[in-house]
Ligand binder design. Structure first.
Ligand code: AMP
Length: 304
């Protein structure tokens, strides 16, 4: 099929993308295509995203293509995971280049629904209890965020019904919550975590990096650099308080940076660790504003 001159995906129900990748916008079309695969005994890998795709997302797609017969990528900027005053409206929407990228990596289908398709009953509110995994970090600083994430991933899992689903460990708390959700809700889906992909200088790739101006882009390195130093210090015996002090005083040298949270926690429970013990796994998590852009990153201090 020829590429339409004006790519208006709202009015183009299905669109054959070169070479053979298909974009669908309706759940019924998605189901039909995935069901055919499953009925033929094929495995289906699923990569949920909000689009504005980069090599970090690409690594999840590659992993899925390697491990499954058929790969579905969803592109949906989910309104229920954004809080008031967050960047829902300005979040970049680049469906055409997203499709190029994942098609080039071997994905078979892009599912790009409208908000009406995902939430046909605008009044439906679903509350998920995530217990204690969300009482710190992004859960504490973005009210309702993980409720929205669990809501949309549950819906997407029901729509796609994949064999495996792939998430980035860059969003470590999100991964921990979704892994737990998979177990608690008995989804017959293998949930896999993939390592963080970084720019050459170490900045974790993120769709939000496109918001940064040149100076902010330089200062954004604060996150990865201080996490690396934190790891060095923790491994040379620094206490938790010394690590906290280091991060907050280091931030004062970066005029665009404001640390929103930094702490060290148990990677299984996501509860802060008071005494750092090198014989136990520990991960440092950080969120910082760089100008008005909120960035997150993490680093294992001691592996499992
Ligand atoms: P998003 O589009 O930001 O919702 O991300 C979709 C998926 O890609 C999530 O599972 C993210 O954790 C993952 N992801 C985003 N950035 C990266 C990265 N730099 N490396 C690995 N995975 C990532």
């Amino acid at each position: 099929m020829e590429k339409p001159e004006v790519f208006n995906w709202e009015i183009v129900p299905t669109y054959l993308h070169p070479p053979e990748m298909i974009i669908v916008h309706r759940v019924a079309d998605l189901r039909k295509l995935v069901r055919e695969q499953l009925n033929n005994g094929k495995t289906v890998g699923f990569v949920p995203t909000m689009g504005a795709l980069h090599a970090g997302h690409g690594s999840l797609v590659k992993e899925s293509v390697q491990e499954n017969d058929y790969t579905v990528v969803s592109v949906f900027v989910n309104p229920t995971q954004f809080g008031a005053g967050e960047d829902l409206d300005k979040y970049p929407r680049t469906l055409e280049s997203d499709a190029e990228l994942v098609g080039g990596l071997g994905a078979d289908l892009v599912f790009a629904p409208s908000a009406n398709e995902v939430y046909p009953f605008a009044s439906t509110e679903i509350e998920f209890g995530i217990r204690t995994l969300d009482n710190h970090f992004c859960g504490a600083t973005r009210e309702g965020h993980f409720n929205g994430v669990v809501q949309v991933v549950t819906m997407l899992f029901n729509m796609v019904q994949p064999t495996r689903a792939y998430f980035g460990l860059k969003d470590f708390q999100q991964f921990a919550i979704l892994k737990r959700m998979g177990k608690e809700l008995h989804f017959p889906i293998e949930i896999k975590g993939c390592p963080t992909v970084r720019e050459k200088d170490g900045l974790a790739m993120s769709s939000r990096n496109t918001y940064l101006n040149a100076e902010e882009r330089k200062q954004a390195l604060f996150l990865h650099q201080s996490l690396n130093e934190v790891r060095e210090k923790a491994r040379s015996g620094s206490s938790k308080n010394e690590l906290l002090e280091f991060v907050h005083s280091n931030a004062t040298h970066f005029d665009k940076i404001e640390v929103q949270y930094f702490d060290v926690c148990d990677p299984d429970t996501l509860q802060p660790i008071e005494e750092i013990d090198p014989s136990k796994p520990a991960i440092a998590l950080m969120a910082a504003f760089c100008g008005s852009t909120r960035l997150i990153d993490n680093l294992y201090l001691f592996d499992a």
